[in-house]
Design a protein around this ligand. Structure first.
Ligand SMILES: NC(=O)c1ccc[n+]([C@@H]2O[C@H](COP(=O)([O-])OP(=O)(O)OC[C@H]3O[C@@H](n4cnc5c(N)ncnc54)[C@H](O)[C@@H]3O)[C@@H](O)[C@H]2O)c1
Length: 396
């Protein structure tokens, strides 16, 4: 198609930008579109706004190659890939699809026969068929005949995105078998993992099942932890022993579940099948209840003394990533602060807090609460340095 780019990516975040880089690195003519002005300004200056290993180096190479451009709005393209946010409505617990709908609408004027549209964002069941399809067909083109649609969800581990996006197996769910083949061919430009072709609905299900599996299993561990608390027994020790059973593999309890995926994705199943999703909804509620339970445990540890200096270490949603989205640690901290407790914060990965190192932080607290154990915090606590002598330490 003359004048058309090979691929246009809409949404240049944690998911869309690395895919953009990999496609451009593979030699395709790629355009990136994002509505965030500050992000686009950073890209224009050659700065990668996502703090992930290797991404800046790949960005530098790609810019030198000249195969990547940034556009304020999409233009003609052989393929469009949509990786915009799909958050959840905090009260309704239903997907907020405004960004997805708006991204789909923005490509409608540019759709031509033969185009391939790939949805990469995490979406509720049936979303390709009931939300995306009617918007794309406003172009007058028929899905499956004139244009192809494929759902290709992403499974990334923040902190290792550049590696995982290439080496993980990818699910490629076509509205038709031809759409899956075309999307697999496009991903084959950079993916070294398997490209597992299926239909769009199965692919939607797979993505949601993966994170629901994790969420439900974490909820079980958390619930067992709460039960153990009633009997004042050590759940970590009990789980270690139970896991010696050859077919048992319990996860570790924690302070709750955060990030952009696990606290959200199970609701995308429950939203579409509320009557059946009893366990899934209960697990979500159990994990959501954990910050409140942990805050109560901290209050008990300081005997409700609001003058006690509570040192909270780690605020990210999981260890060793600089991402605070949906972080249960912040929920705990904000609950305690809201009740007038004196909370000191230290996070060497996020750069939060006024302390030059862990020892300095410990010296300024009466009780140390390790909420998110980044490697540097864990190593220091395991080392049991003398400056911790006499300090009460709670580890989660
Ligand atoms: N971050 C992860 O680890 C991860 C993993 C798997 C799946 N996902 C899913 O991938 C999707 C994207 O997540 P993310 O973490 O990259 O989000 P993000 O917030 O980092 O990036 C999304 C980008 O889309 C842009 N955007 C919003 N509306 C737009 C529009 N109409 N046109 C163009 N750009 C637009 C935003 O400005 C933002 O820069 C979500 O559905 C998420 O659930 C994320």
């Amino acid at each position: 198609m003359s004048g058309a780019r090979d691929v246009t990516i809409l949404g240049l975040g944690y998911v869309g930008f690395p895919i953009t880089l990999m496609l451009a690195k593979a030699g395709l003519d790629v355009a990136g579109v994002d509505i965030d002005r500050a992000k686009m300004d950073a890209f224009a200056k050659g700065e990668c706004p996502i703090n992930e290993p290797q991404l800046q180096d790949i960005f530098d190479d790609v810019l030198e190659k000249g195969s990547l451009s940034f556009l304020d709005t999409p233009g003609p393209s052989d393929a469009f890939l949509i990786a915009v946010p799909t958050p959840i409505h905090p009260v309704k617990k239903a997907a907020d699809l405004h960004a997805l709908q708006s991204a789909c609408e923005s490509i409608v004027p540019h759709l031509r026969p033969g185009n391939l549209v790939i949805v990469n964002s995490t979406i509720p069941l049936m979303c390709c068929r009931t939300v995306v399809k009617p918007i794309l067909e406003k172009s007058g083109l028929e899905l499956g005949k004139d244009i192809d649609l494929c759902y290709c969800p992403e499974r990334l581990y923040p902190g290792n995105i550049a590696h995982e996006i290439v080496h993980n197996d990818h699910i490629v769910g076509g509205y038709t078998a031809k759409a899956a083949e075309r999307a697999a061919a496009l991903y084959g430009n950079f993916v070294k993992g398997a490209l597992l072709q299926t239909d769009d609905l199965t692919a939607e299900f797979c993505k949601l099942i993966e994170n629901t599996y994790r969420d439900v299993n974490i909820a079980l561990a958390n619930e067992l932890d709460l039960i153990a608390g009633r009997f004042d027994t050590d759940i970590g020790h009990a789980i270690d022993l139970a896991n010696r059973h050859p077919r048992v593999n319990l996860l570790k309890p924690g302070i709750g579940v955060g990030g952009h995926c696990l606290p959200i994705d199970p609701w995308f199943i429950a939203e579409m099948a509320p009557e059946e999703s009893i366990l899934i909804s209960a697990a979500r509620r159990r994990n959501d209840s954990m910050p409140g339970n942990i805050a109560a445990r901290i209050r008990r540890a300081v005997k409700d003394n609001r003058n006690a200096r509570i040192g909270c270490a780690g605020v990210t949603y999981k260890p060793d990533v600089n991402d605070e989205r949906e972080s249960p640690a912040w929920e705990i901290i904000e609950e305690l602060q809201g009740e007038g407790y004196d909370v000191r914060i230290y996070d060497p990965v996020m750069g939060h807090g006024e302390y030059r190192d862990f020892e300095h932080f410990v010296s300024d607290a009466d009780v140390i609460v390790s909420l998110v154990e980044h490697a540097v915090i864990r190593e220091e606590l395991d080392r049991k340095p003398s400056y911790l002598d006499g300090k009460r330490v709670l580890r989660f």
